[in-house]
Design a protein around this ligand. Structure first.
Ligand code: SAM
Length: 284
């Protein structure tokens, strides 16, 4: 009986979320139910009846999601590749699109004790995933925002990630890294000013995490310059960008005069998503 009630509640929630304009209504309805029952989504159909106050808490969570509060703020976590990260108000929610960048980075051949830098780390998503991938690596995660850094520290507990507060647009930052870094990764703020966004993004992701100046390139330029200075000859950089700025990102990296093999990549949906490059062998 109560199991039927759970199924009915999920159906009603799905309809309410669809009515609120949420494309992933059924998924979200099930994930909220799974979160509140402490179960897995795939076990909802067969699990024991939920506790007495479940239905009231579920209604509240569905109402909050209908107001377009991000699902991840209601569950307190976001999936990113193999990781489940803590997230909440004040930090950018890691996106599935960035998993394409992660897959590219994780497939590179780094040997020994590589040095990896994640610029604009937010929740620490890329840094923590790469520290998992290369347990021998020194991984430095940089962000300038205190709220983001608190999440990055929490998510990187028990890993070798070094979390650092700094503004990546400052020329000459961490000059002591010159010529020592194997891989620089970044998913920086890159949305051109004025772009229209879904309510979850516009109202709940920090503005500072989203926008990269009038053309979306304000932070990408300084990152390319820092990477050019830090990377060893043959070292690699990968930068995510807006789907309208692939060419500008290629040109920005090229203008540093320090990279070869500059390559534009698309994500699984076929949209231009990130650019990779290799530091030239001669130390310019
Ligand atoms: C799009 S979010 C990406 C977070 C994370 N890399 C991810 O993929 O989930 C961009 C991050 O850049 C940080 N940021 C913005 N401008 C910055 C700057 N000038 N220096 C350092 N971090 C910056 C923001 O605080 C935010 O956490």
């Amino acid at each position: 009986m109560t199991r039927h009630r759970l199924r009915r509640a999920i159906d009603v929630a799905t309809a309410a979320l669809a009515e609120a304009g949420i494309d992933s209504a059924r998924t979200d309805a099930e994930l909220l139910a799974a979160h509140l029952t402490g179960s897995e989504r795939g076990r909802l159909a067969t699990m024991d009846p939920p506790a007495a106050d479940f239905f009231r808490r579920y209604d509240e969570a569905v109402a909050a999601r209908s107001r377009r509060i991000p699902l991840q703020h209601l569950t307190g976590t976001a999936a990113f590749g193999p990781l489940e990260l803590h997230v909440g108000p004040g930090v950018f929610i890691p996106r599935p699109e960035t998993e394409a960048l992660l897959e590219w980075a994780a497939a590179q051949h780094l040997t020994g004790y590589p040095v990896i830098v994640d610029l604009c780390t937010g929740s620490g998503a890329l840094a923590v995933a790469l520290a998992d991938r290369w347990p021998n690596a020194r991984v430095i995660a940089v962000d300038d925002d205190a709220a983001a850094l608190a999440y990055a520290r929490r998510n990187s507990e028990g890993t070798a990630v070094e979390v650092m507060q700094a503004d990546v647009t400052v020329p000459g930052l961490l000059a002591e890294l010159a010529g020592t870094v194997d891989l620089v990764v970044s998913n920086p703020p890159y949305i051109p000013a004025g772009a229209e966004l879904e309510p979850e993004v516009a109202e709940h992701d920090p503005t500072h995490a989203l926008f990269g100046g009038p053309d979306g390139m304000a932070v990408i330029g300084p990152i390319a310059a820092l990477a050019g200075g830090w990377l060893k000859p043959g070292g690699l950089v990968v930068i995510e960008h807006d789907d309208t700025t692939s060419r500008q990102t290629v040109e920005t990296i090229d203008r540093t005069g320090r990279f070869t093999a500059i390559t534009a990549h698309r994500d699984l949906a076929g949209r231009p998503r990130f650019v990779t490059a290799r530091r030239t062998e001669e130390s310019a």
